[in-house]
Design a protein around this ligand. Structure first.
Ligand SMILES: Nc1ncnc2c1ncn2[C@@H]1O[C@H](COP(=O)(O)OP(=O)(O)OP(=O)(O)O)[C@@H](O)[C@H]1O
Length: 256
């Protein structure tokens, strides 16, 4: 097994302006992700999920602790290299899609390759199989405002996948979708994960988390509990996650 991500003793303290207030968003977060895993991260509002995701995405720096992506210590990537590092190694899927309204779906999807300086021919070769797989091939010339939320999110997934990233980071990817589009997106994530794509997804949705291979629960800036899928089906996983959230909300003891 190969580690894609290794998070050690991660701590993040926000200091407000004038330094009057300090908020410890992450206290001591530790976990690692093996290649091919599909991780869901859950936790109540304010538990530190966005903070964690921002640090993993190299958008923010921890107060202390380490993040390694493959062999690279994120702290050691120089500022001028960060954008390139992100583009080469990570794919992002956001709750609100983050597509550019002035670009067609095709150009949105190709954007990371354009930024990386790929040749047009290479881009086209990568685009079609992916667009077909995600069911958006007939929509490529359309603009984001001309397609549904589910279609927008599939275009966003294509943009995340087109660079073949080590890791896909998804922030509440079903948050703005109706239940049918959510199910389609979860199916899609499940399929690309089965094909080997490592995924880390932050979500409030028990249903979304129930397709993951492992669920991490964050509480008070620490990993409070982990659930491994094992042989459990999605419904069983749904049950286990619900139970764990109940314990968490009650502020109770760590369950076994
Ligand atoms: N830029 C900031 N400055 C100061 N405090 C912050 C900042 N960002 C987040 N916090 C605080 O850090 C803690 C963790 O916030 P974070 O946004 O990571 O939680 P979350 O789990 O993502 O919440 P949600 O589910 O509501 O998005 C909260 O107490 C929050 O108020």
């Amino acid at each position: 097994m190969m580690k894609v991500l290794d998070v050690k003793n991660l701590k993040k303290v926000y200091t407000t302006r004038l330094g009057a207030h300090k908020v410890e968003a992450l206290k001591d977060v530790n976990f690692s992700v093996e290649q091919g895993e599909f991780i869901a991260i859950m936790g109540e509002s304010g538990s530190g999920k966005t903070t964690l995701l921002n640090i993993l995405a190299a958008l923010d720096k921890p107060t202390s602790g380490k993040v390694r992506l493959k062999d690279v210590d994120l702290n050691a990537v120089p500022e001028r290299r960060i954008a390139e590092f992100r583009r080469n190694n990570l794919g992002f899927v956001f709750q609100d899609f983050n597509l550019l309204d002035t670009l067609s779906l095709k150009d949105n999807i190709l954007l990371p390759l354009v930024l990386a300086g790929d040749k047009y021919k290479t881009m086209e070769e990568k685009l079609m199989p992916l667009a077909k797989k995600l069911g958006i091939a007939p929509l490529l010339e359309k603009y984001p405002y001309e397609v549904s939320g589910g279609q927008k999110q599939r275009a966003a997934a294509a943009r995340a996948l087109i660079t073949n990233p080590e890791l896909v980071l998804a922030d509440e990817p079903t948050g703005a979708l109706d239940s049918k589009s959510s199910e389609e997106l979860l199916r899609l994530f499940t399929n690309i994960n089965k094909e080997g794509q490592t995924i880390l997804m932050v979500t409030h949705s028990v249903r979304a988390a129930s397709v993951a291979s492992r669920v991490l629960f964050i509480k008070d800036g620490e990993v409070f509990h982990q659930l491994y899928r094992g042989n459990a089906g999605e419904e069983q996983m749904y049950q286990k996650i619900s139970e764990t959230l109940t314990v968490l909300a009650a502020g109770g003891e760590r369950s076994a």
